[in-house]
Design a binder for this molecule. Structure first.
Ligand code: URP
Ligand code: ZN
Ligand code: ZN
Length: 466
């Protein structure tokens, strides 16, 4: 059985051209004019793009005294409705567990639920010699990137010795080190001081995690990676100072091994959003926190000049009002103190639409750059290109037929993420998926869900640079 997507404009990171796309089974087999297939999908007036790849998500993750509210089915359905057909989630190592055991826990969460393809990074929280020795086996596990947290003291944070040893091992085995770069020790001091002073409202989350502490940790991580000779990917970068550290490292000759992403929400919100009326600001509590309009401008500049190579979401949803009706606890945990608000925001569904509306339509990003930031670079950096991240013969038919004129009003009521809010309630977007395919199967057709729990597959990724 073959399917042809007819009459659209194919957009890849490098090119835009009128062409049909022929799919046989799970793969694209031809891209060109006048192609025919058993089934025809009309793409007239639309773009045909590689499905979005979100390399920073937290589904079904125990965190902050609760668990993130999307699982591997609800999160996948939401992703697909937003035009994302693959993601890479963080498998968080329980202290004392091997990396194999850690991945098994996350495989169990995904098996039978996954509706799109997915991969795992391992988040290392504990690095005895046995785990250090196990790191090279992540190549065989197909999870060739590992994150270390420089923040969340007393929970996920590792010290510099652990980070550096992981980097050295990564350098030997072509593994990609990812860092959450904030100075967790200094933040811990500031949080304790704020709590002791009775400064407990959500806005103190941002005030106790100042941008300098992200810039400092970013510069430290970059320098450690340079000494260790390891490739480094800085996650969820939010501000001009941190960006400067990345930019300088890339200018020093690190363009092939120092990388950074920002996340959609950092283009749109500031620390003032945490100071909204009453407890409202809790919706915007994530780490690192939102910054300033000047930082937003720096991030737009960073994606335009390639100091930032990826835009992901850090999708880590919690209920605003959780803890009842079968919902896990949510943001309400922090009503008495910002220090107990679970950190994280939803966003896997909105990313492609917001970046199209505010990036492409405003002229900040070309169409090709939009595809590169949201799909192609993620696939290249995380070892699954060109199977993923492009529209070409031999690639998986993870495709989105993108209607550039479709208008949507974003609302928690109509989005598919399992949470009672979106940061973008009432925002208008122009440009949205019309049809979404995962390995050749239509999973979203307009408003209709046609995906299937269990159809998504684990993507075994290559080592960095191979
Ligand atoms: O606030 C956030 N970002 N929560 C998820 C965990 C992390 O730091 O990525
Ligand atoms: Zn993080
Ligand atoms: Zn995260």
């Amino acid at each position: 059985m073959t399917t042809v997507i007819k009459g659209g404009t194919v957009v890849t990171a490098g090119d835009s051209f009128a062409a049909d796309v022929l799919i046989a089974g799970e793969q694209v087999v031809a891209v060109g004019q006048g192609l025919n297939g058993d089934t025809v999908i009309d793409a007239g007036g639309a773009y045909v793009i590689p499905g979005g790849i979100d390399v920073h998500t937290h589904l079904d993750m125990p965190f902050g005294g609760t668990v993130s509210s999307d699982d591997f089915f609800s999160g996948h359905r939401a992703a697909a409705f937003g035009g994302t057909t693959m993601h890479i989630d963080f498998a968080i190592q329980p202290k004392g567990a091997t990396l194999r055991e850690t991945l098994e826990i996350w495989h169990a969460k995904a098996t039978g639920k996954a509706a799109i393809d997915y991969g795992f990074h391992v988040a290392i929280t504990d690095l005895p010699d046995s785990v250090l020795e196990e790191m090279p086996r992540c190549v065989e596990y197909g999870a060739t990137s590992m994150k270390l947290f420089m923040a969340y003291k007393g929970a996920l944070q590792v010290d510099d010795m652990t980070l550096f040893r992981a980097m050295q091992q990564a350098a030997r085995h072509q593994l990609l080190i990812m860092v959450h770069a904030e100075n967790g020790d200094a933040i811990d001091v500031l949080v304790r001081e704020a709590v002791e002073a009775g400064n407990l409202a959500p806005k103190y989350h941002a005030l106790t995690r100042p941008p300098e502490l992200e810039a400092e940790a970013t510069a430290r991580a970059v320098r450690l990676a340079e000494v260790a000779g390891a490739p480094l990917y800085v996650v969820h970068l939010t501000n001009a100072g941190a960006l400067e550290a990345v930019r300088l490292a890339r200018a020093r000759g690190g363009a092939g091994h120092i990388f950074a992403e920002t996340c959609t929400q950092y283009f749109f919100f500031t620390k003032d959003d945490l100071a909204r009326e009453g407890f409202e600001g809790a919706r915007w509590v994530c780490s690192p926190p939102f910054r300033t309009p000047e930082d937003q401008a720096a991030l737009w500049q960073g994606v335009a000049d390639n100091s930032l190579q990826v835009v992901s979401t850090d999708h880590c949803p919690f209920w605003f009002e959780g803890g009842t009706d079968g919902r896990p606890a949510g943001k309400e945990l922090g009503r008495e103190s910002f220090a107990r608000i679970p950190n994280g925001c939803p966003g896997i569904e909105e990313r492609m639409m917001l970046l199209y509306t505010h990036g492409v339509r405003t002229g900040r990003l070309s169409l090709n750059r939009w595809v590169e930031l949201t799909s192609t670079n993620p696939a290249r950096l995380f070892g699954c290109y060109p199977r993923k991240g492009t529209v070409a013969p031999g690639a998986d038919a993870d495709l989105v037929i993108w209607d550039p004129e479709a208008r949507r009003t974003l609302s928690a009521a109509s989005l598919h993420q399992r949470t009672d809010y979106t940061l973008y309630e009432g925002w208008e977007v122009v440009g949205a998926p019309r049809t979404v395919l995962s390995r050749g199967r239509v999973i979203v057709d307009g408003d209709a869900w046609q995906g299937e729990a269990g159809a998504g597959q684990f993507v075994h990724r290559r080592p960095f640079g191979l």
